[in-house]
Design a protein around this ligand. Structure first.
Ligand SMILES: NC(=O)c1ccc[n+]([C@@H]2O[C@H](COP(=O)([O-])OP(=O)(O)OC[C@H]3O[C@@H](n4cnc5c(N)ncnc54)[C@H](OP(=O)(O)O)[C@@H]3O)[C@@H](O)[C@H]2O)c1
Length: 289
């Protein structure tokens, strides 16, 4: 990412550790989600969050806030390379030429020289254009328009098809992951392929997960909140979360998950929450353009 260099991060900023990617890049252990934030809200949230310590911001063409995200990053004024942006190719832009055009449009709207991480947002198997979309991302990486390329909501089979047809594996698969949907088999398969499983919807999307007793009990024991327990659990299982909050205090709390560790008993209790229930769409059956 390219920004003006005049670092002014708060002295007490909570900067999360970096996770290395297979292509030599990195991903932040906790990223800032921006879905549902409009341009203005995203601009303010991104600038303040970076000063508080966030170093990776997650957006998508489909969120209609790339302009605000880019402005927020410039407002924060950190040096080049300190903050990374993830954006995503929407379903309606799948296809080789369409993706080349769409990513260039995202890059311009974000106001960047180069996009740090670009993902195929959904596989859309019925459309069957994700391999062509992937070929375009490979080309954009070769051309230096994008630094790292990955996917979102992809199965292991779909990832294997990308590799079989293009010889290139994604470095990240961003999927729904939380205690109700821990996706152990998918995570193990991704780890075996050197692909980082990044967790979207890590708080269960505000649908009651945070009232669950194992999260409440662990929160009480560590003097933190159930949301922090859910995020810490994801960090500990190797699935870096992307929480979103419209509230500044919650955004800060969501970053503050490195001062405690869950016990084996707490992990066992959290494991009982698995129901397989999704808080969002099922990529095998639902489609999003
Ligand atoms: N790749 C994909 O297909 C995909 C799909 C969905 C999302 N995402 C990404 O992942 C991000 C996160 O997912 P998400 O927004 O769907 O769900 P989420 O982060 O699991 O949940 C967000 C909800 O949790 C609440 N919340 C946040 N922090 C909290 C806290 N500390 N305590 C209590 N409640 C809290 C928020 O309310 P308030 O805002 O009121 O705090 C909001 O209602 C998105 O913003 C987006 O960047 C990607």
């Amino acid at each position: 990412m390219s920004t003006a260099a005049s670092s002014s991060t708060h002295a007490d900023a909570l900067v999360p550790p970096r996770i290395p990617l297979a292509d030599g890049g990195w991903l932040s252990t906790v990223s800032l989600g921006t879905w549902k934030l409009d341009h203005e809200a995203a601009r303010a949230a991104v600038a303040a969050s970076i000063l508080a310590g966030y170093r990776q911001v997650d957006t998508a063409a489909r969120y209609h806030n790339e302009l605000g995200v880019g402005q927020g990053i410039r407002d924060a004024g950190l040096a080049d390379g300190e903050v990374q942006v993830t954006t995503k190719v929407r379903g309606g832009d799948q296809g080789y030429e369409e993706t080349l055009r769409a990513v260039e449009s995202s890059r311009r709207i974000l106001g960047l020289d180069r996009i740090d991480l670009c993902l195929v947002h959904w596989p859309l198997p019925r459309l069957d254009r994700y391999v062509d979309t992937w070929r375009a991302l490979v080309r954009l990486r070769e051309d230096g328009v994008v630094a790292s390329i990955g996917v979102s909501n992809f199965s292991l089979e779909q990832i294997d098809r990308l590799e079989a047809e293009t010889g290139v594996l994604p470095v990240v698969d961003q999927v729904e992951l939380h205690p109700r949907l821990p996706q152990a088999a998918l995570r193990a398969g991704l780890a075996g392929r050197g692909v980082v499983a990044q967790a979207w919807g890590p708080l269960g999307r505000g649908k009651g997960l945070l009232d669950a007793e194992p999260l409440v009990a662990a929160a009480r024991a560590h003097g933190v909140t159930p949301a922090q327990v859910a995020l810490r659990w994801l960090v500990e299982i190797g699935a870096p979360p992307v929480p979103k909050s419209g509230d500044p205090d919650r955004r800060l709390a969501n970053l503050d998950v490195f001062g405690f560790a869950l016990t084996p008993d707490e992990h066992a209790a959290i494991a009982t929450l698995e129901t397989g229930e999704r808080a969002g769409k099922d990529p095998a059956t639902d489609e999003e353009f």
